[in-house]
Ligand binder design. Structure first.
Ligand SMILES: *Cc1c(COP(=O)(O)O)cnc(C)c1O
Length: 358
């Protein structure tokens, strides 16, 4: 047994810390923004059938081009997105890794706006891409002027946006995304992991794809779609971007079982998304009730709420954990983040937090 420091590891990986959301066996897990509602029985039955059918040819490599899955994902996205514009991988984390492998890498840079999804900088680091952190405006917002100034100053090879942003829940207007695209020369990725939780009728960056071949919109089945364990993330972009990603993916990266399970689940999209309205209600309730308890919740368009005014985040985190409730401490001073769960889970979280007092 040796230590990491004694291994001939890449110099740029020395001293780095891995992604580390605690995974603990608790009754109420509100820490990684999953859909906490049970998957409908009819979906489980159909996915099981599809996987079983696939097992009969499991001795063969899967369809490298995941043709059926790309068609189902394009249909799900709608808005004229075609299968040729769709890419998928084992979670949107792998999709993002493909983007950085193709468009980033040693000698190149990616600009992001922390606090944002921690995996953006971690995947940058893993692919040898320099991460540039730009500032946000008040209330974690990003104005056009702020974003464009950061791009002019740093001239990055890629820009990562997150809309709505994790961990703050902050919405991002399409006008800002357009301005970022026009000001930059590189790939602009909009991470829309939480798009389904936006207010009804709010447009997605998908509507900007036409005529913008450097724009990429990433999505995932891990959040609203209640399929985190299935590991399926995807993106929509110009077909030429998809050709670039083919150069860096490993052959057969999506297993036959993953493809079959995801296709089957997508055929039940309305059932899988049936809880989105209820989750939005619990999110809005969290904002109201956390304020009533004296905390400082931020506006959220996602399925979680970041709240400030926490004198001792570690203490509150541990108190909740002692009551079998897991939330997230992201090391933002005086802040914690909680996922909107079922009504019962949200009630219990609020009750335990209320009992603790401030
Ligand atoms: C949860 C999350 C993802 C999802 O990652 P998967 O690999 O698809 O599970 C992507 N982006 C953001 C901003 C997230 O919060």
């Amino acid at each position: 047994m040796t230590s990491l420091a004694d291994l001939p590891i890449r110099d740029d990986l020395r001293g780095q810390t891995p992604y580390g959301a605690p995974q603990k066996p608790v009754r109420i897990a509100l820490n990684v923004n999953e859909n906490t509602h049970p998957v409908p029985a009819e979906v489980i039955a159909h996915v099981t059938q599809a996987v079983e059918r696939e097992l009969r040819s499991i001795n063969r490599y899967p369809d490298r081009e995941f043709t059926a899955l790309r068609k189902h994902l394009a249909d799900y996205l709608g808005g004229g997105v075609t299968p040729a514009q769709v890419w998928a991988a084992n979670g949107s984390n792998e999709v993002i890794q493909h983007i950085l492998q193709a468009f980033g890498g040693p000698g190149r840079s990616v600009l992001g706006f922390p606090p944002t999804y921690s995996m953006h900088s971690i995947i940058a680091s893993g692919t040898g891409t320099r991460w540039i952190a730009a500032d946000r405006d008040d209330g974690y917002r990003i104005t056009e002027a702020t974003a464009v100034a950061a791009i002019d100053r740093h001239d990055p090879d890629l820009v990562f946006l997150c809309a709505p942003n994790n961990p703050t829940g902050t919405p991002l207007g399409l006008d800002v995304i357009e301005a970022v695209h026009d000001a930059s020369r590189g790939i602009v990725m909009v991470d829309e992991a939480y798009a389904e939780f936006m207010p009804e009728g709010e447009p997605s960056a998908l509507s900007l794809l036409e005529g913008r071949p450097r724009l990429v919109v990433s999505r995932t089945m891990s959040k609203a779609f209640a399929f985190a364990g299935g590991r399926l993330g995807y993106l929509a972009a110009d077909p030429a971007v998809i050709d670039a990603l083919r150069l860096v993916r490993l052959p057969y990266h999506l297993s036959a079982l993953t493809q079959a399970a995801a296709v089957a689940a997508l055929q039940h999209a309305p059932a899988m998304l049936a809880t989105v309205g209820a989750i939005r209600e619990q999110r809005d309730r969290l904002v109201v009730e956390l304020a009533r308890l004296g905390y400082d919740p931020h506006e959220s368009w996602a399925n979680f709420v970041l709240f400030g005014g926490v004198a001792d985040p570690r203490g509150v985190f541990e108190y909740l954990l002692a009551h079998d409730i897991l939330i997230r401490d992201l090391s933002i001073p005086n802040h914690l983040r909680v996922t909107a769960g079922t009504e019962a889970e949200t009630t219990e979280f609020l009750e335990v937090l209320g009992r603790m007092g401030r």
